[in-house]
Design a protein around this ligand. Structure first.
Ligand code: ARG
Length: 414
């Protein structure tokens, strides 16, 4: 009976082969439980396999967003989000965003900062099949220095959150930072995220200045490595970016003010650039209405355009690019919107798709598992109508989603 059969066969009209960068026609993809067991033209379909007809569609590996904050998004009440909500509020709604993200075709995300270990709980509930969502690699607490982008700034020093200090992710000095890394890992971090420099959506003065010393950054990266974890750094400013690269991070997040030396260093060290070059549009058009202070809008004004120009320079310079959008800054489920900008600022459509598949899988250290439709990998497969190499915005309208061999969406059924 079909219900008992664990074999599935996808008949694909076209497949984007992200490894070779070519389009394959009329492929059959065989899936056993959660694994891709074969792909090819004219493969025999076993009689007991459930056939999924995507012969009028273009099939791709599940997309990967390397920079999300899947547990939250702005509600429209800036101060309420900070002062009237508890982690429990965020915890009860996180599953909604996880589902929207998966439905948009993003079958894997690296979530780079969440309060109170909500990301760990979400990851575990998704893995156990209780909740629909992408596979998650989670960073848990953003590690930042006192007064940094990761701290809460601009308010009275008499405010107190009554949390154990470690649960703020705020730490200074080598010993405290090593301890914070250990603490994050102890409670579930798959990856370590720290703030190398200042940020936009926070109330400290600068947008780009370094916020840890090189020695502090090195201690974080080294400690994480000791525990088998990669590190990524939030960095907009040139010096913050360079220090983070020198400290040995796997990826620079944002990367807004790149200069020639930063690009050179990234190439030398194989550092990935994960640049969120869509969300400036959303912030500039919506964040006033959402109650964000003018100070933050002014900071965005400084960053948005330059970040896109830096991205174009990095592409020209041959820096490795992985797809990351900062979802949660804009509504979850819109993750595909950034493809358009990545093509506008220098990638070819296939390169943009590779950034969100094989490159992203490489950055996550999951190249053996996800990122391409290859024998032996997990069956994370999506489909769209039309050819994304002609129009990359088609990736904003994903019609079919399979994760781990299970179909979560199919609008292509005849
Ligand atoms: N989380 C980032 C920050 O606050 C968002 C930056 C958004 N702006 C941009 N142009 N990418 O720094």
């Amino acid at each position: 009976v079909a219900a008992q059969s664990k074999l599935k066969a996808i008949k694909a009209g076209k497949v984007i082969d992200v490894v070779s960068g070519t389009v394959l026609n009329q492929q059959v993809i065989l899936i056993d439980s959660n694994t891709i067991v074969n792909i090819g033209a004219g493969l025999a379909i076993p009689a007991n396999a459930e056939v999924i007809d995507l012969s009028n569609a273009t099939v791709l590996p599940g997309l990967i967003d390397c920079h999300t904050h899947i547990t939250s998004q702005p509600s429209g009440d800036y101060y309420g989000d900070i002062f009237r909500k508890t982690p429990m509020d965020y915890a009860v709604t996180a599953h909604i965003y996880a589902k929207r993200t998966l439905q948009a075709g993003f079958t894997t995300c690296r979530d780079v900062g969440a309060a109170a270990f909500i990301d760990v709980a979400l990851r575990n509930a998704i893995n156990s099949g209780e909740i629909e969502g992408p596979r998650l690699q989670v960073a848990t607490l953003f590690i930042g220095s006192t007064g940094s982008h990761g701290d809460l700034n601009g308010f009275s020093p008499f405010l107190s959150f009554q949390l154990p200090k470690e649960m703020m992710g705020v730490a200074d000095g080598i010993d405290a930072l090593r301890k914070q890394v250990r603490y994050n890992i102890k409670y579930g971090a798959d990856v370590i995220k720290f703030g190398a420099g200042a940020g936009v959506l926070s109330e400290e003065e600068s947008v780009g200045a370094p916020q840890f010393s090189l020695e502090e950054m090195k201690a974080i990266v080294e400690e994480a490595k000791m525990w088998g974890r990669k590190t990524c750094a939030h960095a907009h400013g040139t010096d913050a970016i360079k220090q983070a690269i020198r400290a040995g991070v796997a990826s620079v997040e944002h990367g807004s003010f790149l200069d020639a030396e930063a690009i050179q260093l990234m190439k030398q060290q194989g550092t990935y650039l994960v640049a969120d070059i869509y969300n400036d549009d959303y912030i500039m058009s919506e964040y006033k209405r959402l109650g964000y202070p003018q100070k933050i809008l002014d900071k965005e004004q400084l960053v948005g355009r330059t970040q896109r120009e830096s991205f174009a320079k990095a592409v020209k310079g041959g820096v490795k690019i992985a797809y990351g959008t900062d979802a949660g800054v804009y509504p979850h489920g819109w993750n595909g919107k950034q493809f358009y900008y990545m093509v506008k600022y220098g990638l070819t459509p296939i390169q943009a798709i590779q950034a969100a598949t094989i490159n992203a899988a490489d950055l996550l250290g999951w190249k053996e598992r996800v990122g391409s439709i290859t024998k032996g990998k997990w069956a994370d497969i999506i489909a769209i109508e039309g050819n994304p190499l002609d129009d990359v915005t088609l990736l904003e309208k994903v019609k079919f989603v399979m994760k781990d061999g299970k179909v979560y969406k199919n609008e292509l059924k005849k």
